[in-house]
Design a protein around this ligand. Sequence first.
Ligand code: ADP
Ligand code: ZN
Length: 616
Amino acid sequence: MTLAPPAASPADALRRHWGFDDFRPLQQEAIEAALAGRDTLVVLPTGGGKSLCYQVPAACGAGAVLVVSPLIALMDDQVAAAQEAGLRAVALHSNLDDQARRSAHAQLAAGGADLVYVSPERLLAAGVPAGIAGRLALFAVDEAHCVSHWGHDFRPVYRRLLEVLARVPSVPRMALTATATAAVRDDVCSQLGLRTPVKLVGHPDRANLVYRAFPRHAQLEQVLGVIRRHPGEGGLVYAQTRREVERLAGGLASAGVACQPYHADLPAEHRRTVQDDFVNERLDVVAATIAFGMGIDRSDVRFVVHANAPRSIEHYQQESGRAGRDGLPAECVLLFSGADLATHRRIAANDAAAAPERTRALERQLREIGRYAVSPVCRHRLLSEHFGAAYPAQECGACDVCLGETRTLAAAQALETAQKILSAVGRTRERFGAGYVVNVLLGRRDERTARNGHEQLGVFGILGEIDERTIRFWIDQLIVQDLLAVATDAEYPTLRLTTAGRDLCRGAGEVRLGEVVRTPAVRRRRAVPPPAAGEADVVLFERLRMLRRAVAARLRVPPYVVFHDSVLRDVAAATPRTMAELAEVRGLGEKKLERYGDAVLRVVAGDDPDRVAAAF
Ligand code: ADP
Ligand code: ZN
């Protein structure tokens, strides 16, 4: 089978090169705007299909597409994936070895490249590569939020991209990003000099992700609980500090989980191995600080658990967003404690660059993530609304609140409960921390409660039938709702009533309280393929994964570049016998069929995956 000449239309290119029948939301609009010469801003969530927005124009034969990307580590994989789809792609960055650099330049000089990935540093140093300057059809800037101070990942070098863009004024520009608030979007448009751009902002919701947020009471056990729902699946455990990463990784290993730590203090060699093993599916679980993630492109990550609260909702969206990039179900769990926010403050205070406006921004971000973590409100809704989008559904069916794992108390009960807690703080004269207030509410007598005469208070033991965990959770909820405040001016943190808290004691104002009523059930079977699949499908799916792993190892590319899980799952369900039947499976373009079709059919027919892979 040989490839036909360039496809005429975007839809043809999509079918021929990627084997997809339909565009995802906004892809077609982005592609058509670019082909019509317009500047575009594309905001699509992770997994939304941003790369096709600039790859399809290259595949259409419209001319050359230049892509600026800050993720050098990812670039070679992106190029490999594009080549797998039959595109003439090359990468230019500082990590190329001599041979790769020479061959990239030769290909460019011969006019043999339609898709050129370049690092911003390289672009600023050397300008638009001569081999494509004359037929440049589109200038794409990936991870465009890096240009903005207001974003979560500012790169000073991005600020200078306009110098290069200005040298090719007639070329349309496309800026792409996954997470951007309105302020960041505006900043991107002006910093990159977009000219009356077509703004395509997708809905930020990731419907395939189940979001859960629970108060943390036993970090290791709770993390283990999540991992046990995903036997044999890839996942990330994020912790706040290096020490905590080490502790968690050790604990998980003792519990029998094959897991590696990753943080900035570990030797470069160890970090490289961990990253490599994870991407190539030789290692399933990594416990890491947020140093791990940029440039990790494994599409079948099935869970991301935060053992501590992240620094902002933007960070959370970014980090949790590494789950389920293949569009299949995945789970994101946040284990929250108010102490995490204090740690973030401490880390920020140690940062010499902390300017007053940064500190103010941090306080706002910490309140937002705290509110996300403890409010008994649909998590999909909270995230969508944070990024400025309405969430129309009443219930998402995919978060702890909507799944009934966290229950919202009826309004009257919430008010009464909150008043009891607030009055315990008031009656003990706002001089104690959460631990002591909990003791008073539970009616636990000790030497201090006796000495302070608090055992005589009407609030002593007023929540005696409730467990300690739940009362602590409620206190956290009252804090993020600004009904209680934590004062740190004393020797140890103490709870204080806010004005709104005092008002609520008199019955003025509103409060929402939730309690965890059950923990998610343990699933015995892998999430992929879906539980409805028969046993035979599961076995075939695993054999196809073996084929993919072996082929990827031989070709020295990550497994997802060869096939996505969704393709293997569909093949396992369809059990195709012929090339024509195999071509029906979504996600298999002509090039892939030609290259791997035979091998897949042989494995479906029962051949040994390793032996089949030996032909590559
Ligand atoms: P993003 O960069 O927005 O996170 P990607 O470009 O990596 O997303 O695409 C995510 C996944 O969606 C990839 O596996 C890609 O092959 C797939 N995909 C993209 N567009 C389509 C489409 N139109 N139909 C089906 N799958 C698609
Ligand atoms: Zn929900």
